[in-house]
Write a protein that binds this ligand. Structure first.
Ligand SMILES: *Cc1c(COP(=O)(O)O)cnc(C)c1O
Length: 787
């Protein structure tokens, strides 16, 4: 373990040096000094981990996104340094809470990127040889502001402060060829620290640079533009994270990013494999690679290319090695999110890889014919069709494992979206329900509840064995336990109120019910449905149709992809609803709506512990899993949700009776053949009343026409989708009823906290430790490295 005294002495000396120069010790500076001192101590531990991992099979997680959040506190916790350092720093007048100022590492969009971060934490904590590969974007996910209720995007300049957790590894640099030009891939390693063990795994992020950073000869000839063109070409490749949660915009640059990640990571793994004295025939014996969605799927033709062109392996043997190496995780059933790239673009950017893809496509077609598939079916399942490259088909064909991320999601893949593939390769399909790390999402973000759980269980074992929480179910019978739980929840709500006051300038009371929907803004996630329901409740409170309402704050937090106009319109609409309600004196002690700005991991760390109600209201069959739902559950909130994604497994674990499930199920929606939202609108005065606010002047969209467009999306549809494609109006009445039931039930605080407690105590199976153990055993065939 680390020498806390030495680290503390180092940091104290640095702090003195800065103070002598008259410098205040800001949170960012403290972060830098602490992190640097710790990093020095970590290097030998990391090298020891690498040494041990050389002897065994390793798994590599390939992901275009890692939503790490703030590193410092999590690392202090996992290293077991936090408490002692806090005391040491106090002695020199420094409060570690200052670290809350430190900016997040936000190199991901949402759930998929956060999942990757949770997986790495679990891998290191379990002592597994699991390391990550990704891209070191110069700008992460944009920072969100609101201007008159409209979303504005600002660049996330996360490297304006030094990044003390990364080490540049020039010794592991490689080159990648794109459009006939060579660029450098320079790795930056971040440590991934196991909880209270000696494992230091790594996340290797590639930065793209020009081979010649500065062409002096051209500069000398006054060819300034040319001198920088090469540099810009390279640097643009890892300049920015695409802020699209699911669609494929910025096509050419995105293809370059994906190929760059794939090529550099594979070169690195092959280099290590050979350094260990092994031949390519044993590659899959020692290396397993997991593809986090289709973003890194160019790895499949790239490894094939390397095997054929550089290693002299035959095409058939190459395919065999490739298939044994890769596993593919599917994260979505939204058709528009399945990546298909223009064949022409792929051919221009990576011509040789494109030839390999053509060859793979030919082989697939042969295999399909041999398996008795007809011409039409073959065309449907092909990798190359309509002048496009179907990345998911490439992934399924050359992976030995294909997994969905929740039971219902995997079943839908098998029955519907990928049914042809399931019929062909049933043995490849499996489920791996997502999880979250309880280290960050309970131990770190909810210290009061953590301490209380530890006290009840007698030890901290739950931090690495979340199933231990089931022992707490029996405590739900003890009114003193539930009272203590309510006290803790109130403290957490007050902490959130303080943050909201500071960041949003809105005063809130912790005595209100806290109902929270935080996640990326997407039509299928139905924040719009939530807003319509709140508006309905508001009107009913005003006209006296609802009485005995428990005072409630409805929270939203969500970023919309910058090019996703309808999502941005929904943000504006929610902000208008919030403004109306918050300014209505009659609602002062009854109802508030807050849209928090710039929802990210750190904001989440305040929101999840403070929630009474978790909103998980996607149209049944659209949310693959969700992980936000698990974070709320673990912190003791009830789920108000549809029977979708991991909600299904949450209520299976915690009991239907302790949650609020409403709305149409998948089968019911499938059986609807003539969905007519206009009839619902005409036939229900309350639906009509809320929908009409979009066009009757109740709300102002600043003459953008965006509210009319929202109205049309519900009742008229557009060329590319049916009216109300996510069935908001269909579910609205049962949703409002469920919302009001939660609200009534909350008034019986004793009974309601029982439900919350049962959810927390049932959250064990949603630990990412469980998920990663399953991947390790069923897909990667790796085991913890022996000490
Ligand atoms: C967990 C998390 C998500 C995923 O939320 P879902 O509700 O599962 O979509 C997105 N963003 C952040 C910052 C998260 O922490």
């Amino acid at each position: 373990m680390l020498d806390t005294k030495r680290i503390a002495a180092d940091v104290k000396r640095d702090i003195e040096l800065w103070r002598v120069q008259g410098e205040d010790i800001s949170g960012e500076l403290l972060n830098f000094l602490l992190s640097k001192a710790i990093m020095r101590e970590l290097i030998p531990l990391h090298e020891a981990t690498v040494e041990k991992q050389r002897k065994v099979k390793n798994a590599y997680y390939f992901s275009a996104e890692y939503l790490m959040g703030r590193m410092i506190q999590n690392n202090l916790m996992n290293l077991g340094l936090h408490d002692e350092l806090k005391e040491e720093m106090k002695a020199v007048g420094i409060n570690l809470d200052q670290l809350e100022e430190v900016e997040d590492a936000g190199l991901g969009n949402g759930g998929l990127g956060r999942l990757a971060a949770c997986f790495l934490d679990s891998g290191a904590t379990l002592g597994l040889p699991l390391n990550g590969y990704g891209l070191r974007y110069r700008y992460g996910l944009f920072r969100q502001q609101f201007e008159d209720g409209f979303q504005k995007e600002l660049a996330d300049n996360w490297l304006k402060h030094p990044d003390p957790w990364s080490i540049r590894r020039d010794d592991r640099t490689c080159t990648v060829e794109l459009e006939g030009k060579r660029v450098l891939a320079v790795p930056y390693d971040m440590p991934v620290i196991g909880y209270h063990n000696d494992t230091i795994n790594s996340l290797r992020l590639w930065q793209c640079e020009a081979i010649e950073d500065f062409n002096f000869e051209k500069f000398n000839n006054y060819e300034y533009d040319e001198a920088v063109a090469e540099k810009n070409y390279a640097e643009n490749i890892t300049r920015v994270l695409y802020p699209n949660d699911s669609t494929d915009e910025g096509r050419s640059l995105r293809i370059k990013q994906e190929y760059f990640l794939s090529s550099a990571s594979l070169q690195d793994i092959i280099r290590t494999h050979k350094e260990n004295g092994r031949t390519m025939a044993s590659f899959p014996t020692y290396n397993a690679i997991q593809l986090n969605d289709t973003h890194p799927v160019f790895s499949i033709p790239e490894l094939t290319r390397i095997l054929i062109d550089e290693e002299g392996v035959s095409f058939q043997n190459a395919l065999d090695i490739v298939r044994k190496t890769f596993g593919y995780t599917n994260h979505t059933i939204m058709a528009e999110a399945l990546e298909k790239w223009d064949a022409k673009l792929v051919k221009e950017i990576v011509p040789r890889v494109y030839e390999i893809i053509e060859r793979i496509d030919q082989q697939l077609r042969k295999d399909l014919a041999a398996a008795g598939r007809g011409e039409e079916k073959i065309e449907e399942m092909a990798i190359l069709r309509d002048k496009k490259v179907y990345m998911a088909h490439l992934a399924i064909y050359l992976s030995h494992s294909v997994n969905g991320v929740a039971k219902i999601h995997t079943e839908i893949l098998k029955k519907r979206e990928l049914s042809d593939w399931y019929a062909l390769y049933p043995e490849r399909f499996q489920n791996k329900t997502n999880g979250i790390t309880q280290r960050r999402w309970l131990r770190l973000c909810n210290p009061h509840l953590s301490d209380y759980i530890t006290k009840l269980l007698g030890d901290e074992g739950w931090v690495t064995d979340l199933d231990r929480l089931t022992e707490l179910k029996q405590d739900a019978a003890d009114p003193a336990v539930l009272a203590a739980f309510r006290d803790i929840k109130r403290i957490n709500k007050q902490r959130l109120c303080d943050m909201i006051w500071e960041k949003e300038g809105v005063k809130l009371s912790p005595d209100f019910l806290f109902d929270i929907q935080v996640k990326r803004l997407h039509e299928y996630k139905r924040q719009f449905l939530n807003a319509l329901a709140i508006l309905d409740i508001y009107f009913c409170l005003k006209d006296g149709a609802i009485t005995g309402f428990t005072p409630t704050v409805y929270f939203f937090g969500a970023k919309a992809a910058p090019g996703y106009d309808r999502a941005k319109a929904i943000i504006k609409f929610i902000n208008e609803v919030a403004k109306r309600i918050n300014n209505d004196p009659e609602m002062k002690d009854l109802l508030k709506v807050v849209f928090v700005t710039n929802y990210d991991v750190s904001y989440g760390e305040r929101l999840f512990p403070a929630a009474d109600v978790s909103e998980q209201i996607s149209t049944a069959g659209t949310e693959a899993s969700g992980t936000g739902n698990m974070k709320f559950m673990l912190n003791g909130a009830v789920t108000l949700g549809t029977y979708d994604g991991a909600n299904v497994e949450i209520v299976e674990a915690a009991g239907m009776e302790n949650n609020y499930i409403f709305g149409a199920r998948v089968e019911e929606l499938e059986a609807l053949d003539h969905y007519d939202p206009v009839a619902l609108y005409e036939g229900n005065v309350r639906i009509k009343r809320v929908v009409d606010t979009l066009i009757d002047g109740t709300f102002d969209d600043g003459d953008t026409g965006m509210f009319q467009e929202l109205y049309d999306s519900l009742l008229k549809g557009a060329s590319w989708h049916d009216p109300d494609q996510y069935k908001l109006l269909y579910d609205l009445p049962s949703y409002v009823a469920a919302k009001l039931k939660v609200n009534r039930d909350y008034a019986d605080r004793e009974k309601f906290s029982f439900k919350c407690w049962m959810n927390m105590a049932s959250a064990g199976r949603f630990s990412s430790d469980r998920t990663i153990r399953e991947y390790a055993k069923d897909i990667w065939d790796i085991a913890p490295v022996e000490e």
